[in-house]
Design a binder for this molecule. Structure first.
Ligand code: GDD
Ligand code: MN
Length: 388
């Protein structure tokens, strides 16, 4: 994602000035990026609230909607026809809170960019305080926090608070500075700080703030402002098991993604679990039911491969999940690819044994090379990136 380094013709200051005179609008101070999925009813209410809260500030709102079935984008565009403060970005064939926020932020011309939820759970009246703080203290980011004095989780469900506690602890492993509420989806960043770190972002899942704080090449200068998290009145939360998996993915990616692709690590972990499944099936068949070893081994291999395929489908390749008929053809491709992988494994290990390598090194090298093979072939053939 490096910028093109060819020589660029400079845009003259005069030309820019001339255009801004024609445009005749005072310079913008703040963009509020609002990600949406099925938030149709909340759109007009939030804009009204922002009009009040941000009186006296030159602001705009950029809604980033993932083609919501309830037509959220239609409502935003309808408002944007007559309200120049409101803009709409609609994405097709994409889902994801973090990536939506990033796209909205990239479209902002303002020196400061806020991110907030569309569902009225974030208290818009603290935005001016946040803006004042980031400007006055020359910070990179100001977080609206539920975890500093004066802030509160409100009536957030107990399980959600627990989940948030756990997430906060995990965030400390990867974030480059200490903040109380890295789980917050409500914050302001300084635009240049943001643009410098964009190429380093993982951009998966919900936790855009953790991603920012963990991906910054410099140590972020962060401040916090307290607020009380509100209840959701209209629509429903999109946080599900998948979103939690995405968070794990983000943490692993920030820890080791520089060296090994995170997807490969997940694939290997699933493979290791499959090995345990293999042993758990083999042992009773061979020891208790007295099957012939090759037969027991064949059944165990089959079960383990099927287990691996299913788990890879929901974890490793969750963004390319196969369903229905494609699940069946995918499974057949997986069997074929892994069987060839086993041949590669044995052939390579055998070759090493003949080079007088100790058996454990030959065995490990064979397994290593077949993991890479299985991963590569299945990425290309079984869980091919769809063009839809
Ligand atoms: N574009 C887009 N794409 N927007 C999405 C998507 C998506 O796939 N999923 C959710 N959103 C939007 C929602 O419409 C909402 O405006 C906002 O992102 C937050 O989603 P919720 O589903 O309401 O999440 P939550 O309330 O459970 O959790 C939120 O608030 C917490 C506290 O700040 C998230 O922002 C959490 O990350 C945060 O910890
Ligand atoms: Mn919400």
């Amino acid at each position: 994602m490096q910028r093109n380094s060819t020589v660029q013709t400079p845009v003259s200051a005069d030309a820019l000035h001339h255009l801004s005179v024609i445009g005749m609008l005072p310079p913008i101070e703040l963009t509020v990026v609002i990600p949406t999925f099925n938030e149709r009813q909340n759109v007009p209410i939030l804009i009204e609230k922002l009009e009040h809260a941000l009186a006296g500030i030159e602001w705009e709102a950029i809604y980033v909607d993932d083609h919501s079935p309830d037509g959220t984008s239609d409502v935003v565009r309808e408002i944007a026809r007559t309200n120049r403060r409101v803009r709409s970005i609609e994405r097709i064939g994409r889902r994801g809170l973090a990536s939506a926020c990033i796209e909205g932020m990239m479209a902002s011309p303002a020196p400061y960019i806020a991110v907030m939820d569309a569902d009225l759970q974030h208290d818009e009246t603290v935005l001016p305080d946040m803006l004042r703080k980031i400007e006055a203290e020359k910070l990179d980011v100001v977080i609206a926090s539920r975890r500093v004095a004066g802030g509160s989780m409100g009536e957030f469900a107990k399980e959600r608070v627990k989940l948030s506690d756990m997430g906060t602890k995990m965030s400390r492993i990867v974030c480059r500075c200490d903040v109380s509420d890295a789980m917050s989806g409500f914050f302001i960043v300084e635009a240049n700080f943001f643009r410098a770190l964009v190429p380093h972002l993982t951009a998966s899942g919900f936790k855009i703030l953790v991603d920012l704080l963990a991906s910054s090449p410099t140590i972020p200068r962060a401040g916090e402002v307290p607020y009380r998290f509100r209840n959701r009145e209209l629509g429903e939360s999109k946080l599900d098991v998948n979103v939690q998996l995405e968070y794990l993915f983000l943490i692993v990616d920030k820890l080791i993604g520089k060296w090994v692709p995170t997807r490969f690590v997940l694939f290997t972990l699933v493979g290791a679990l499959g090995f345990l499944v293999h042993l758990a099936v083999l042992a009773p068949l061979y020891l208790n039911h007295r099957r012939h070893f090759p037969q027991a081994q064949a059944i165990a291999t089959f079960v383990a491969m099927t287990f691996n395929f299913m788990l890879n489908n929901v974890v490793t390749f969750r963004d390319r999940k196969l369903r229905g008929k494609r699940l069946v053809t995918g499974l057949l491709k997986f069997y074929a690819a892994c069987s060839l992988g086993a041949v590669v494994n044995v052939t390579f290990a055998d070759m090493l044994i003949h080079q007088n390598l100790p058996w454990y090194l030959a065995g490990a090298a064979g397994t290593g090379i077949s993991s890479v093979w299985n991963y590569g072939v299945n990425t290309v053939l079984t869980w091919r990136r769809s063009r839809k």
